[in-house]
Design a protein around this ligand. Structure first.
Ligand SMILES: [Cu+2]
Length: 271
């Protein structure tokens, strides 16, 4: 019995020794987070948020007050910009926009807490705008459009060769699952089939290290493997931060710390 136990322990030791190098290769020096605030350039005049002209379903869509274009949503006190996508990419200087997403190092581990991608992300059209307007999701997550309003909405996606290619109406109370969104260098623009002023941007990632700014311009990216990265920043009007220069902001994620990224302010003419 004792001999059997010894053999079992020896076999276990061999197994541990065999797999230890593999396990350590997948383990980073620790996990850390980054947070930051995306602001609008203090030297620039704040852009307007014009009212859009409602041309379809006027009694419903215009009946709840004015609808704004919402391209720039800026807190007038802090100049924090809402709906900016911030994400981590490899620490390399890449000028070609087509490489920006391929730049994630797929050998890097993903924290256990974040390993499983959400099954579904829901977008609603309760009045006559998409909520949320800017979406970041994992490439394994299904995107579902709901319609909790009283009028028919729709979804038009021109996904090209990567897909999806969709043009379908969604009656009140119904929903439409457009499936997964493939990773690509720029967010995909989605429109409502029936209301031309409605816009929605979706960016897909093959990792969980991204965030979308809140109405104060704040974002946080949690539990990333420690190391050097470039923080990429995209806004629907400003485009990629630093697009005319080197891509992104070099940052260093430190174990068990939340670092603060120093992100240059957005300008209306960056892209
Ligand atoms: Cu609509």
């Amino acid at each position: 019995m004792l001999m059997l136990k010894c053999r079992a322990i020896a076999a276990l030791a061999v197994l541990v020794l065999c797999f230890a190098p593999l396990a350590s290769a997948r383990q980073p020096a620790g996990w850390g987070s980054v947070k930051g605030v995306i602001t609008f350039d203090p030297k620039e005049k704040l852009p307007d948020n014009p009212v859009v002209k409602i041309t379809t379903d006027v009694p419903f869509c215009a009946g709840k007050g004015k609808t704004f274009a919402d391209k720039w949503l800026i807190d007038p006190k802090t100049r924090g910009v809402k709906n900016v996508i911030a994400f981590l990419s490899r620490d390399v200087k890449v000028k070609a926009a087509k490489n920006i997403q391929a730049d994630w190092d797929r050998k890097k581990p993903i924290h256990l807490k974040l390993l499983a991608a959400p099954l579904v992300l829901k977008v609603d059209q309760p009045v006559c705008t998409f909520l949320p307007r800017v979406i970041a999701l994992r490439s394994q997550t299904n995107l579902v459009f709901e319609n909790t309003s009283q009028v028919t909405h729709g979804v038009t996606i021109d996904g090209g060769a990567l897909g999806p290619n969709v043009s379908q109406s969604i009656p009140p109370g119904k929903s439409l699952d457009v499936g997964q969104i493939r990773v690509r260098p720029f967010p995909l623009l989605l429109r409502c089939t029936l209301h031309p002023w409605m816009r929605c941007y979706v960016m897909s990632f093959d990792h969980p290290y991204y965030g979308v700014t809140n109405d104060k311009g704040e974002f946080q990216i949690k539990d990333a493997p420690a190391g050097k990265y470039r923080l990429q920043v995209w806004h629907e009007e400003a485009g990629y931060l630093g697009a005319t220069n080197d891509w992104g902001v070099p940052i260093m994620i430190l174990p068990d710390k939340t670092i603060e990224a120093k992100v240059p302010p957005l300008r209306p003419d960056v892209d």
